[in-house]
Design a protein around this ligand. Structure first.
Ligand code: HEM
Length: 456
């Protein structure tokens, strides 16, 4: 089993060459769920999976079962959460860039240490905090987003649930896992955090419900309440806490890891770094402020970010679904009920037929595609059959536009205010760390950072 944890990339590459490229599926053991191997599908099945009814090929069930979320008292992905992000967050984003920018500056001063001279910094925990604080402006509004207790709960929840999931999987046989929430200390911690979060959110929920507090209603607390009410469903403080936490789990670590990966690539490509700084200066000079339109004009930065994510994807597998019923594809290929399926996102990103010279970092790859093929496609958050990093179809990540804007705001601060380089002998990005089907940039590497004399 060990090689299925540490060598998944090699095994997936073999599967890609021997099966997927020939249009055939293959099966691979899933180290985090030994009883349910994964069936990896070739791309010819993508459009059928994208349009499959939720009651047949389910993403929430896949997430719940493979992460034991219900068992450890964790939140599950639900229809209201995804609908809220898709319809309300994304619609509001054009007006949210300014508050997000304010929050970025506030959070920056809170969590980034002073660096008058070259200062060693482990950036990942700082990026985690920054993203959590900035996104909290959208998730819980202007008051709670600066409440240290709330922010600690938001961050410690993800950590506690990961520990609980790993511990319960290792210690409890499936038939006894229902006992975990009573006996397992990590699972009990998950529930403690959830209870405290519900206590904190209760008064906000009541004020919004009674219409007493409509002043600050451009946030997910309000939009979740509206979504539940429009579907005539009750929203308890505990459910609200769970919904907020599933959004944190889905967004914070992944976005911080993507930010770190982009920063490593900027260090590796000083010419692009210089050009991107010039682009930021030029666009800021034109607009004098950061808005949706000005952020969208950072075409080179956007292309660089997408190329970084292509080469350093976080998940080897995306578009993961559980077959709730037997499912037959149009060509007759059958999946028994209970089968977990997925697509090989990392192998697609590195496929020479799709991305010529695929192993080479080409900062302008996607910029050229926007200029020569379609200006509205190939941006960081776009999904297509050639790019399934954010998933595909109905469940494609609805938070990717928020991630895109917040990442750009964070990178602008870093690039315009600091000089930065790797500390130690090596001057190029450290190798990624692969574990199971996830791939993370090295989160332990130290950078040296120094604040410039002129600041934006
Ligand atoms: C760069 C950072 C991010 C990455 C790489 C990422 C990636 C993904 C992926 C791969 C999926 C599964 C899609 C599928 O299987 O078809 C997903 C789903 C989801 N993501 Fe993200 N995501 C990111 C940021 C965010 C943010 C900031 C939010 C919060 C607003 C968010 C909220 C969600 C939600 C709610 C779903 C579930 C969608 C559904 O069930 O319909 N994500 N994400």
């Amino acid at each position: 089993m060990a090689r299925y944890i540490s060598e998944t990339k090699t095994l997936m590459d073999q599967g890609q060459a021997q099966h997927l490229k020939k249009g055939r599926p293959f099966m691979i053991r899933n180290p985090s769920d030994e009883k349910h191997p994964l069936v990896i599908l070739p791309l010819k099945y993508l459009s059928e999976v994208k349009s499959a009814p939720q009651g047949k090929l389910s993403f929430p069930t896949f997430l719940d079962k493979s992460n034991l979320l219900t068992v450890v008292g964790g939140p599950t992905m639900n229809f209201e959460v995804t609908r809220m992000v898709r319809l309300r967050v994304n619609r509001a984003l054009k007006d949210l860039v300014e508050p997000l920018q304010d929050e970025c500056l506030y959070a920056w001063n809170k969590v980034v240490p002073a660096c008058a001279d070259w200062t060693p910094i482990t950036l990942f925990p700082i990026l985690n905090q920054l993203f959590a604080r900035i996104a909290a402006r959208v998730m819980v509004g202007p008051e709670l987003c600066r409440d240290d207790e709330w922010l600690n709960l938001a961050l410690s929840y993800t950590e506690a649930s990961i520990k609980a999931i790993r511990g319960v999987r290792a210690k409890y046989p499936p038939s006894l896992r229902f006992l975990a929430q009573y006996l397992d200390s990590n699972a009990r911690e998950v529930l403690r955090i959830r209870r405290r979060a519900a206590q904190m959110l209760g008064p906000y929920l009541e004020a919004r419900r009674s219409g007493r507090d409509r002043s600050n209603s451009d946030d997910a607390l309000q939009w979740l309440l509206d979504t539940y009410e429009s579907r005539k469903k009750a929203l308890s403080a505990d459910q609200l806490a769970q919904d907020e936490f599933i959004l944190n789990v889905a967004s914070i670590t992944s976005s911080a890891a993507v930010a770190l990966s982009i920063i490593y690539d900027l260090i590796d490509h000083p010419d692009s770094l210089q050009e991107i700084k010039e682009e930021i200066n030029r666009v800021f000079g034109e607009y004098q402020t950061w808005t949706r339109a000005s952020l969208n004009s950072l075409l080179l930065l956007d292309s660089f970010m997408k190329e970084s994510l292509r080469l350093h994807t976080l998940q080897q597998l995306t578009v993961q679904r559980a077959a709730l019923v037997p499912w037959t594809f149009k060509d007759g290929f059958q999946l028994p009920a209970g089968t977990n399926i997925s697509f090989a996102s990392q192998q697609l990103n590195l496929d020479e037929d799709v991305y010529p010279d695929a192993q080479t970092f080409d900062a302008k790859r996607f910029l050229r595609k926007r200029e020569n093929i379609d200006p509205n496609k190939f941006h960081f958050a776009s999904v297509s059959d050639d790019s399934i990093i954010f998933g595909a179809g109905f469940h494609a990540c609805p938070g990717r536009f928020l991630a895109q804007d917040v990442l750009k705001l964070m990178l602008i601060q870093l690039l315009m205010r600091y000089d930065f380089k790797l500390s130690g002998a090596s001057q190029s990005r450290p190798p990624d760390i692969a574990y199971n089907f996830s791939v993370m940039p090295n989160i332990g590497t130290q950078l040296l950072m120094k604040e410039k004399l002129t600041q934006r």
